[in-house]
Ligand binder design. Structure first.
Ligand code: SF4
Length: 370
């Protein structure tokens, strides 16, 4: 039992360190299919270590000086993880998904429609434009939604038909277990809820796949029930930062939707989707203190909302490209008490039906819940 706890503690510490410091890839061949750009965290690479698939920053400036390196190993898709030159563990990289090789009926490569995230998640940005991105001064400073579009890595708008086609094949060919649909914000009324309804409805008609929708709180709470009946199983509405000053600095446009509005929206959404099926992303390391984040998490947990706290990862080309990632100790000072809080509330990553909280690859949080 003691051993068990010891190895658990070791694994969570290692993942926390890796996600803060990042990983140097010693061989450019190892760097092949990473994830750059897109909405949300990026410049990440999925690695599997001790049976857990986690996203680790590999392209960031910080990662160039990380104590961690991945050295090529003889077997395909594997590497030796070292820390300060000492061999730690064999890691593997998920193979390129089979569905990436296909094209939609209208000729768009599947990988431009949706991507494999973590171990078994299909992730898509339905609308790759955002009213808040038109002006870089008011856009979310961490976001790269427009960059991936400009780089031709995706298309501006994925139709419900395209999403349904890709989702079905990703299940059949690669065994994906749930789907994340996020979207740029198209307007200040439904804020993307309508797109999520159309998309979820089409996917559910093609294949039985749990779906998480992600959008800003729609102006009208009636959208929660509409999304649920359209096939959205769980909902993410992302605070990103928890103090008004940090929100105004990091996301000047989105901060016009107040924290109060988010809390009201959470209170209205939880009865529709269920306790633990509504979640929020909180990026740690952008200026909020651990106390402020933990205080907010307490409020969220009381509402039945899963607070998915992730270490901030700077993305190349964004205004925050040179912003440092949080230290492992900073992350531990949040995740250790948060893990206990979630455990005693019975609000666990594993109980979520779909989405980032369930996938958990972008944060060590789930390993603190046990
Ligand atoms: S936690 Fe969310 S953003 Fe991160 S890999 Fe999983 S699905 Fe993607």
């Amino acid at each position: 039992m003691e051993m068990h706890h010891e190895s658990l503690g070791h694994a969570r510490n290692l993942i926390t360190d890796l996600q803060s410091y990042g990983l140097r890839l010693a061989d450019s061949a190892l760097a092949a299919p990473g994830r750059r750009g897109g909405a949300g965290p990026s410049d990440h690479r999925a690695i599997t270590i001790g049976g857990r698939t986690v996203m680790v920053p590999v392209y960031t400036h910080g990662a160039a000086t990380s104590p961690f390196a991945a050295l090529p190993a003889p077997q395909a898709n594997t590497a030796m993880l070292t820390r300060d030159g000492v061999e730690l563990a064999r890691i593997s990289f998920p193979r390129t998904p089979r569905f990436y090789a296909h094209e939609t009926f209208d000729g768009v490569p599947y990988w431009k429609i949706a991507q494999l995230h973590g171990a078994d998640v299909l992730a898509t940005t339905i609308l790759q434009t955002c009213i808040r991105f038109a002006d870089r001064a008011t856009s979310c400073q961490f976001c790269a939604i427009g960059q991936s579009l400009a780089a031709g890595k995706t298309i501006a708008r994925k139709t419900p038909e395209q999403l349904a086609e890709v989702a079905r094949m990703a299940v059949l060919l690669d065994g994906v277990r749930h789907m994340v649909m996020t979207t740029g914000t198209p307007n200040v009324t439904d804020r993307g809820a309508s797109l999520l309804c159309d998309s979820a409805f089409a996917v559910k008609a093609a294949i039985d796949l749990p779906i998480q929708g992600q959008c800003e709180p729609p102006r009208d709470d009636a959208w929660f029930a509409r999304m649920k009946s359209a096939g959205v199983d769980s909902l993410g509405m992302h605070l990103e930062a928890v103090t008004p000053e940090v929100r105004a600095r990091i996301m000047p446009g989105k901060a016009t939707v107040s924290i109060d509005r988010y809390l009201h929206a959470f209170a209205a959404a939880v009865p529709v989707f269920g306790r633990g099926q509504v979640s929020t992303y909180i990026l740690a390391g952008l200026g909020d203190t651990p106390r402020a984040i933990l205080d907010m998490c307490e409020k969220l947990v009381a509402l039945g909302v899963y607070p998915f706290v992730v270490p901030f990862v700077p993305i190349g080309g964004t205004p925050l490209a040179d912003h440092p990632a949080p230290t492992p100790d900073f992350m531990r000072s949040i995740l250790a008490p948060l893990g206990l809080m979630l455990k005693s509330a019975g609000l666990l990553s594993q109980d979520s039906k779909a989405g980032c909280g369930k996938c958990g690859a972008c944060s060590p949080l789930a390993s603190y819940e046990v």
